[in-house]
Ligand binder design. Structure first.
Ligand SMILES: C[S@@+](CC[C@H](N)C(=O)[O-])C[C@H]1O[C@@H](n2cnc3c(N)ncnc32)[C@H](O)[C@@H]1O
Length: 182
């Protein structure tokens, strides 16, 4: 039976902004049971969803199969993941804080280098401002994401504080950038 583990529906940032995506492929890093991946596939994209949760990937693929959607699933630990090929768009939402700082920074570098020119990176992640214990995991410092994506065209950058399910307030950033050149 399919369980929605995180977001039952696609995140608003995906619904509002997918028309900006480069038509073609999307890599979703930490996509769980695929609310975002399935939505993008229903809108014509070929999507690869990577998550360490085997059952979440199985549930995502089962829904995709029922709807004849172009979705592939990979069970893998993103702390060690190597992006295998180039994608038109790469997204990661509410996942980077689960990774070690070294792995998260390495993954972001891979995201940048494995995106085709004209394609997007979309990141939703926590910053280190708020009530979380940020001594473990990766949290963006101030506006460092703007330096990391220096040379990219920034299409959206928004920070807001919000409460998580645990009731703790933590700032999160919403970020979309287009790769202008190699
Ligand atoms: C908060 S959920 C976000 C799910 C989805 N991106 C969304 O926006 O609703 C975080 C996801 O990251 C996955 N995750 C956490 N640590 C991971 C790791 N080391 N490798 C791969 N996936 C991981 C979890 O299994 C979970 O599906």
């Amino acid at each position: 039976m399919t369980m929605n583990r995180w977001a039952k529906n696609p995140r608003q940032i995906i619904v509002d902004n997918f028309p900006l995506f480069k038509p073609g492929t999307v890599l979703d890093l930490g996509g769980s049971d695929g609310a975002n991946a399935l939505y993008l596939a229903r809108n014509g994209f070929t999507v690869t969803n990577v998550d360490k949760d085997k059952q979440a990937i199985a549930d995502c693929l089962s829904t995709a199969a029922k709807e004849f959607l172009n979705v592939d699933g990979v069970v893998s630990n993103l702390n060690e993941y190597k992006i295998q090929k180039e994608y038109d768009n790469i997204i990661t939402l509410f996942t980077l804080h689960f990774l070690s700082p070294k792995a998260a920074k390495g993954l972001i570098n891979q995201m940048k280098s494995k995106t085709n020119v004209g394609g997007l990176n979309l990141v939703v992640a926590f910053t280190n401002k708020g009530e979380f214990d940020v001594s473990r995991g990766f949290y963006f410092n101030n506006d460092e994401i703007l330096d990391i994506y220096d040379g990219w065209e920034i299409l959206l950058y928004k920070k807001e504080v919000g409460a998580t399910k645990s009731g703790l307030n933590q700032e999160r950033l919403h970020f979309i950038a287009r790769k202008a050149h190699t």
